[in-house]
Structures are given as structure tokens and as C-alpha cells.
Write a protein that binds this ligand. Sequence first.
Ligand SMILES: *Cc1c(COP(=O)(O)O)cnc(C)c1O
Length: 372
Amino acid sequence: MSSPRLEIDFGKIQHNASILVQRLAKRGISVTGVTKASLGSPLIAKALLGGGVSALGDSRIENLEAMHQAGVVAPMTLLRSPMLSQAMRVVAHADVSFNTELDVISKLSSAARQVGRHHGIVLMVELGDLREGILPGKLLGTVERMLRFPNVVLRGLGTNLACRSGVSPDARNMAQLSALVGEVEGAFGLELEIISGGNSANLGWTSSYEDLGRINDLRLGESILLGRDPLHRQPIDGLYTDAMILVGEVIESKPKPSLPWGTIAQAAFGEVPPVINRGEIFQTILAFGRQDTDPEGLTPPPGITVLGASSDHLIVDSGGCRLPVGTQIPFELDYSALLRAMTSPFVAKVRKVQSGPALRVMGLEHPHPVFA
Ligand SMILES: *Cc1c(COP(=O)(O)O)cnc(C)c1O
């Protein structure tokens, strides 16, 4: 099989989605399955829908278009503020888009009018992470002006935290979103349908508080695909963390000194961290690098340590064990590593066929969470 390759277990993705959907349903929250880390893969979309997500969300219109073209049927949300230049494509392929700019909403309304549609708008509110969002003090004014556009409908409010500045969702900012919902409803005599409280980083908040206020939807990508809570990268109870793994192949394997020699300056990707002299090690090179993934986001099997990487080489210490050329080694990924592997044309994407919790390669058992 060609490598590097991402082995995708659609059954595990569906399992992860369904566990989160069931847990959140008990709290009155629906799940929008986020497909952006998968380039809008229709197979991943189907796994999410099979797990019970009620809508699909992506930040790129190209991915929503790809899913439509592949025959995926589901309510579709564009999670990033639309570009003015893409308004026509947005009304054609998204039922709802997240918005913060009246100029964009105006353009969406005229585009929707041209094709005889009404486009749904969720207004995003800034609650401190300083990425997208209307400042709370400007929300009522924005709603008032957007309600004048004929072919858009205000479907709800949303917010996004944790992505840019690491601001965590908590009782305070979530209560503020609920309060804003009340203010908008009171001021304009309408009922908002979608209150989109955030992303995978909101899961901790849902399990820490009794009262979740008006929040009735979360947009989940990373937690479903990787089975981890993005705030602390801890495995989520009952979810697989190895639904997607990256497999690379060994191209050099030699005992080498752990210390480089010669005059040390910068390496290909900047400063090199100081190395500790551990004498001679089994140094192994795999045929993939920064062009294929984010080496800092890889978790190797037990006994293997990532030492460094350049564009096309990943250098590992294989501990006491020599890994012959040709050995295939599986790695778990974080979100950054997954995103880069998914978008690299050098990484093959393959369906993982064998069932069972672990992939056995040369006796290396890949770690997976204890399954509750
Ligand atoms: C990417 C994204 C999400 C999904 O985030 P995860 O951490 O992958 O769950 C949700 N909302 C918005 C606006 C996004 O851009």
C-alpha cells in the first residue's frame, strides 16, 4: 500500500459522532458535524450523518459544493463569514451562513433574490477570543439593519471561542450569549431557532454545568474525528482517538550518534533545539515530513520518539529496537497534523479495512483509548 497514507476508519468516526450526539441530546443540544478537516469528504460526511448529526458545517464553500455534488443530503452551514465575491455560490450551496458584516448580508440577500431563495443567517457575536464576531454592544443595531434585507432570514446567534486566543467557554460567556438571544428576541419580537454555542472546546462546559441556558447547538469537528478535547488534548471517554492515523515507511535505519558534529548554524526550518548526548541510538528515517503533516502533532507508537523533521524526512529514535527499511509505522495525529495530512497531495487517503482496535505493524501495537 502506498505511503505516507491516512488510514480512515469510517466506523470509528460514526461511533464517535453518535456517542457525542447522544450525550448532548440529553442536554438539549444538537450537533452540527464539521467537515473542514476532511476536505468535504462525502464518506466522512456520511459517517457523521450516520452518527446522528443534524447538519453539516464547513468553513469553505468548495467543500460544501463537493458534498452536494457527491449527493450528500443534509442542511449545510458555511461556518466562515462569506467572501463578497462568493455570495452567489454561498446561497446556492449553503442553507445557512455565519455572518458579521452587513455588506456581506446585503450581497447574500440580492444573490438569494436572483435565484428566488431565502438564505439563513446566523450572526456571530464576539465574546472575547477576538476572531470573528459582532461586539455585543453593536448586535441590536446590526439585527435591526439586517432585518430590512428581503431575502435573508435571521435563524440564530452563535459564537466561537478558543480558536485564536484560547479563551475557554465558561458559565459567564455562555450566559452572555443566552442573554443576547433574549435581548434580540425581546427587541424584535422574534424567536431564534439556532443558538450555536461553539466548537469542540465547549464540551467541557456542557459537562460542568447544569444550566446550559439557551444554547441548543454545537459545531463539532476535532472531537469527533480525533476523539479528544481540544482544550487539554485529553481523550474523551468512550471515543476512539485512532479513527484516523498516518502511516509512514522507513527508508533508513542505522545506529548513529545522538549528537551532530561540525559547526552548528540554523537548520532548514530555523533554530534547532539543543540535543542531549545519549550516545549511540537506533536512528530511523521515515519518508514523510513537513510537506505531508505537522511533525509536532504526531504521537508515535510506544518505544518510538520523534527527534526532528525536514520537508520530506521524519527522524525518529526507535529505542532499543532496529526498524528495518520498509517497516510501516502508524502515528496518531492532532488537529494540525490531520489538517496538513488531509490537504497534502502526497498523502494517500485510504479506508481502513481490518476491524479491531489496533493496527499491528511489526509487533508495534498502536495505542488506543480504553473503551468504556
Ligand atoms: C472549525 C470550526 C469549528 C469546529 O471546530 P472543532 O474544534 O474542530 O470542533 C466550529 N466552528 C467554527 C466557526 C469553525 O471554524
